[in-house]
Design a protein around this ligand. Structure first.
Ligand code: NAP
Length: 315
């Protein structure tokens, strides 16, 4: 029987590569500098894409169109902004993703970002390492417990963050497209009102045409000079130049960012600011969670090629 060709777009993990190698004919797309030649030689044997939410790791229109036998895109992410879902639907290509298994991890990191931004944990560490402690105590910082928390996108991750913030005694409110009838948290029908009534604003919604730059100048102004923005969603949810100028000019109190508008590029002006904490998109980056995500990708591919129901289909 002909081996099933699977195209992996990005070096996601050695474990995933090994497991795919055992089951399929795996093509490591990033290892082929001449993409056109690679596709000319191999496109007719590729029936699946394994992609990710990283830049260059998705399945765009061009790639989908160049694979005539493509049946499924199995994304190693819950965010689907790097996949042309419309094209997949049009061509009858199935799409799967990795919800739930990463929710707790990303929510933990969001709390970590809040604490590190407010309590200046990274700056404290730098202070001690550079020998400054001997010269005097570190400056006073700001408390997290009890601060009002606003969440943009009360989905799986947003709800897990809310649960954790509740344990810190924080009043929670949120904005989503619709009010959640089963939620005890206060709903605001627009982001500006949510930001005006929050001391910490957390961005946890998907990136799409509607949410691009959902955090703009007006939202940042509403959050104000004592407010803190936390972004664990996607970089382009925030108007980055506006965020940078608000931070530089003191119109926003601080920011904790796991994601950026043009990853892996990060605006240089942020490096000079102590009221920001900058992480290299590591929301799901633990061994446990990445293995669970990889297992779900494999489970979805196996289900598809054995004609069984997909484990986590997008649609
Ligand atoms: P989810 O369960 O689908 O939740 C998304 C939430 O956003 C829902 O509450 C949805 O509520 C809301 N939403 C959707 N469209 C919206 C819009 N136009 N305006 C306002 N709210 C909107 O997804 P999830 O599993 O929590 O993941 C959320 C996102 O986190 C992912 O899409 C991904 O981009 C990001 N993420 C980042 C990392 C990382 O490493 N930093 C890791 C995993 C995920 P309504 O339907 O009521 O609007």
């Amino acid at each position: 029987m002909e081996a099933i060709g699977v195209l992996m777009t990005f070096p996601i993990s050695t474990y995933l590569e090994q497991e795919l190698d055992k089951r399929f004919k795996l093509f490591r797309y990033w290892k082929f500098p001449l993409k056109i030649e690679f596709l000319r030689e191999n496109s007719s044997s590729i029936r699946a894409i394994v992609g990710t939410g990283r830049v260059g790791g998705g399945a765009d229109t061009e790639l989908i169109n160049s694979l005539p036998r493509l049946e499924i895109v199995a994304s190693h992410s819950v965010g689907l902004d790097k996949i042309d879902l419309v094209k997949c639907k049009e061509k009858g290509i199935r799409v799967t993703y990795t919800p739930d298994v990463l929710t707790e991890e990303v929510a933990d990191l969001a709390i970590g970002l809040i604490l590190s931004t407010l309590r200046r944990i990274c700056e404290c560490d730098r202070y001690l390492r550079s020998g400054l402690w001997k010269k005097g105590a570190f400056k006073l910082t700001t408390k997290f417990s009890g601060k009002s928390v606003g969440i943009v996108g009360l989905g799986r991750i947003g709800s897990a963050i809310a649960k954790r913030a509740e344990a810190f005694g924080c009043p929670i409110s949120y904005y989503s497209r619709s009010e959640k009838s089963d939620s005890k948290y206060k709903y605001y029908p627009n982001v500006i009102d949510l930001a005006s009534n929050s001391q910490i604003l957390i961005v946890a919604c998907p990136l799409n045409d509607e949410t691009h730059h959902i955090i703009n100048r007006e939202v940042i102004s509403a959050l104000g000079p004592k407010g803190v923005l936390i972004n664990i969603g996607r970089g382009p949810l925030v108007d980055e130049p506006e965020l940078v100028s608000a931070l530089v000019e003191g119109r926003l109190g601080g920011a904790g960012l796991d994601v950026f508008e043009h990853e892996p590029r990060v605006p240089g002006q942020l490096f000079g600011l102590d009221n920001v904490v900058l992480l290299p998109h590591v929301g799901t980056a633990t061994m446990e969670t990445r293995k669970a995500m990889a297992d779900l990708v494999i489970g979805n591919l196996e289900a598809h090629f054995l004609n069984r129901p997909l484990l986590t289909p997008v649609v």
